[in-house]
Design a protein. Structure first.
Length: 195
């Protein structure tokens, strides 16, 4: 049986609900909801988990680390080691302020780009995991501190836009899981054409 890890990055706790940095948590919640997947807290793995039997012989483990963003890699490494899941079968879903709100991009290599959660994954897993980057940009006003921006909440208009694109984020993530990263890149990384 093949196991895929799909990891949403974010910070636990009510004070972080709805912040831009928790886009990864929000996307995983939106994926799990219509599948009637219930989250269970695992103290052993320091994560909220739900196991989704996506297809015969294929299980997807949805993961929301509870280690806070900077320690995400610790929780994911423990799960990956236990289930013998290589980085290539791991998908990280996270916010990216260099991508416009409403867009997603898929990649399999690259630096952390200033994202502490991704830096933690690189430190604990190594490279080769799939990055599913959910746009939260642009950073406005431009002079705002990056940490203040990502830990801030969407404006009401931005939250509406984010919510309107949740189906798009889920569809794109299903493409990654069903068709692989390369095909998903070709589909999702193109710039939208003007109407």
């Amino acid at each position: 049986m093949s196991i895929l890890l799909v990891v949403g990055l974010g910070n636990p706790g009510r004070e972080y609900d709805g912040t831009r940095h928790n886009a990864g948590f929000a996307v995983l919640d939106a994926l799990a909801r219509p599948l009637n997947q219930a989250w269970e807290r695992s103290r052993r793995f320091e994560a909220d988990l739900t196991r989704w039997d996506a297809a015969p012989g294929r299980t997807v483990l949805l993961v929301k680390p509870l280690t806070f963003m900077n320690g995400s890699g610790r929780a994911v490494q423990a799960l990956a080691s236990f289930h013998r899941v290589p980085p290539s079968a791991t998908v990280a879903v996270y916010d990216d302020l260099n991508i416009a709100l409403g867009l997603v991009k898929v990649s399999v290599t690259g630096s952390a780009g200033g994202h502490n959660g991704v830096a933690s994954l690189l430190a604990h897993l190594g490279d080769g995991f799939v990055r599913y980057r959910v746009g939260i940009g642009p950073k406005e006003p431009p002079e705002i501190d990056m940490a203040d921006f990502v830990l801030g909440r969407f404006t009401p208009a931005q939250q509406t836009l984010f919510n309107q694109h949740l189906d798009h984020y889920i569809t794109g993530l299903r493409h990654v899981l069903d068709d692989g990263a390369d095909r998903a890149m070709n589909l999702l990384n193109r710039r939208p054409t003007a109407q």
